[in-house]
Design a binder for this molecule. Structure first.
Ligand code: SAH
Length: 628
């Protein structure tokens, strides 16, 4: 376990345990939001194998069975996985263990939202809507120095509703954390210094949070052991009043980076080793040349320039100190804090959700390419039950939701607490531009379309704008170029699917969909395509049949259709399919215009084979079905 308290390895593995058939079917529902979860029949002894392997364990059974099953393996809040308990009916989701650092509370809320269950959370900070200190520290890559002080400080927060923070790195603080200028009066001290005040007060009442902002430059003889390196680094840091927990990375000459002792020391504390060539080091100005180092390695010096290069800082926290086989120097990183790059790389590899702050850190580490994300999501005809779990998750994962107000109003459960960018229907281009802008800042954005995003909707627009931007960029020499975000188009049930389902099976054979909106397409083109489709006997789905500005188009369309089709051709008119106020009309071509048609209507016109049976419109699949 690295000292920063972040679990490594199988970060995303999840397991769900069931006993009865009923609980198995609930487990299968859970699988639709966590597709990779292992569904396991519970039996005694099984937890011994699964405990270390999973980040999340879900038990669908009596809480008592779960408690007894996990009891022998519980160690501490830094390493224990998240544990949830569900009742067989899926009415309650209990966050049982590792609510904060293990993220059980987040999982519990997510799952309860999905199952429409009641979430049971008992951690005091959540109950009181206050910051959980351990979680906040972890999110900001601050290492808790003494875990046994956390409960005292948390209780103080619960009682006083605020805490005083002495902060040397200028971090963003939650509202209940008040900045203290004087370290002696602070409850929490964010600093890399061991002693900040000369007080008689017992240190046990204050919590030191260590930012990861010290780069250690190291030179060592070949064969130096990990133990010697650790002892010297600890000793020198102590003498300089600096905390070992604040080490963010180790820097050295490339030739030294393969030293076994150095590698094993780095591994022990999950630290990255950054190395530089003699050429890079010698190009650095103002370094003191060491003849011995130069002779042995070709670099003018090792510890000091490596620390400076890795920290991008021109001055040192302390100059090089030589003890035995080891030379150590240190520099402070410029950034407010440097995340443990390795953890983040791990997260990226495993596709774990990252906070915006984490993404920014990744961006600042030039070796990592962290792009924003645009999910172009289809929300179906207008009812949350008709949105795929995958699409729901994408929306939940997003920092921003970009969409037309009416569509967003249909899914309030999913947009709660999100930043919303919503403009009128005609400002689609502005909305898409905004989404691209946000993604360029590294945000995750869901661009919402009703129905399917690839049918008369936003997907095309996002791609068009990106391709335009890129050809613009070709003419730019500077680095203000658009970076192409990660894009995923997430399908939804389109109006033609929803309306066809309501009508029976009208689209069973070849069909064409035609939008009568001439806002972006000239009417002549629409009329030509309609004529081509009708004359070839395609079933026709008509989108955007009518709006306040365009009442004549539907009449013109019907007269084109009537040229080629029998007046008795079945027609379905569906308004507000699968949402409140749904109406379904089954009629024929002759009577189509007698019915109310508006912008929330889709019309389906059958082909020459389509027939009506018991209130359903059916287009034959084409097999010859006979009664004999
Ligand atoms: N991307 C959407 C289509 C947007 S164009 C999709 O895939 O469904 C808007 C048109 O879609 C409306 O004018 C109407 O013709 C149709 N439409 C959208 N939702 C509908 C619904 N719930 N019932 C009937 N028609 C609908």
């Amino acid at each position: 376990m690295p000292e920063n308290g972040v679990m490594k390895g199988s970060l995303m593995s999840k397991a769900i345990f069931y006993i009865t058939d009923k609980s198995l079917s609930l487990a299968d529902r859970v699988k639709s939001i966590y597709p990779k979860i292992n569904v396991i029949r519970y039996k005694s002894g099984i937890i011994r194998e699964e405990w270390g392997r999973n980040k999340l364990l879900i038990f669908i059974m009596a809480a008592g069975i779960a408690v007894r099953a996990i009891a022998p393996f519980i160690k501490d809040k830094k390493t224990d996985p998240a544990v949830l308990v569900l009742d067989e009916d899926g009415k309650f989701v209990i966050s049982l263990l590792s609510g904060h650092l293990g993220r059980a509370n987040i999982f519990a809320r997510e799952l309860a939202g999905f199952l429409k269950a009641e979430v049971v959370i008992t951690t005091a900070s959540d109950v009181n809507s206050l910051t959980a200190i351990d979680l906040w520290a972890q999110d900001n890559n601050l290492t808790i120095e003494k875990w046994d002080i956390v409960p005292f400080i948390s209780t103080r927060l619960l009682n006083n509703k605020n805490l005083k923070i002495y902060d040397e790195i200028n971090i963003e603080l939650p509202t209940e954390f008040i900045k203290a200028e004087n370290p002696e009066t602070a409850d929490i001290l964010i600093t890399n210094k061991i002693n900040l005040y000369d007080s008689k007060m017992t240190a046990s009442r204050r919590l030191f949070l260590r930012p990861k902002n010290i780069v250690i430059g190291i030179g060592c003889n070949s064969g130096t052991t990990a133990d010697e390196l650790e002892a010297v680094i600890r000793e020198v840091l102590q003498e300089n009043n600096l905390s070992f927990l604040s080490i963010s990375l180790l820097a050295t000459l490339d030739k030294k980076a393969s030293e076994a002792g150095l590698i094993s020391f780095a591994k022990k504390y999950a630290l990255e080793i950054k190395s530089f060539t003699a050429k890079e080091i010698n190009a650095l100005e103002g370094i003191e040349k060491s003849e011995a180092a130069f002779k042995a390695t070709g670099a003018k010096a090792v510890a000091e320039p490596s620390a400076m290069l890795a920290s991008k800082c021109k001055s040192l926290l302390f100059k090089k100190q030589k003890r035995g086989n080891v030379t150590v120097a240190a520099a402070e990183t410029n950034a407010a804090f440097t995340a443990n790059t390795e953890n983040l790389i791990q997260k990226i590899k495993e596709g774990v959700m990252m906070s915006h702050k984490e993404k920014q850190i990744c961006k600042s580490q030039s070796s990592l390419d962290i792009r924003g994300r645009i999910y172009i999501v289809g929300t179906g005809p207008g009812n949350i039950a008709h949105i795929t779990p995958y699409a729901q998750n994408a929306i939940k994962e997003s920092d921003y939701i970009v969409g037309y107000g009416t569509y967003l109003d249909l899914i309030p459960e999913l947009t709660k607490g999100k930043s919303i960018v919503s403009t009128g229907m005609t400002e689609e281009i502005d909305r898409c531009k905004k989404a691209i802008e946000l993604a360029n800042e590294g945000r995750t954005v869901s661009v919402i379309s009703g129905g399917d995003p690839g049918i008369y909707a936003m997907a095309g627009l996002v791609f068009e704008l990106l391709s335009l931007k890129q050809s613009d960029d070709k003419n730019k020499a500077d680095n203000s170029k658009t970076c192409i975000p990660y894009i995923e188009v997430i399908p939804g049930i389109s109006a033609l699917n929803a309306c066809a389902a309501r009508l029976g099976a009208p689209l069973m054979h070849d069909f064409a969909s035609i939008s009568l909106s001439d806002r972006l397409t000239p009417w002549e083109v629409i009329a030509k395509r309609l004529e081509a489709a009708v004359s070839s006997d395609f079933v026709i789905a008509i989108y955007n049949p009518k709006s306040r500005g365009r009442v004549e188009h539907i009449k013109a369309a019907v007269s084109i259709i009537q040229k080629y089709r029998n007046m008795r051709t079945p027609v379905g008119i569906v308004k507000k399919a699968m949402r409140e106020g749904e109406t379904i009309i089954i009629t024929d071509l002759q009577h189509l215009l007698d019915h109310e048609i508006d912008m929330q209507t889709t019309i389906i016109i059958g082909n020459s084979q389509t027939f009506i049976w018991k209130g359903w419109i059916i287009t034959p699949r084409g097999y010859r079905v006979s009664n004999t």
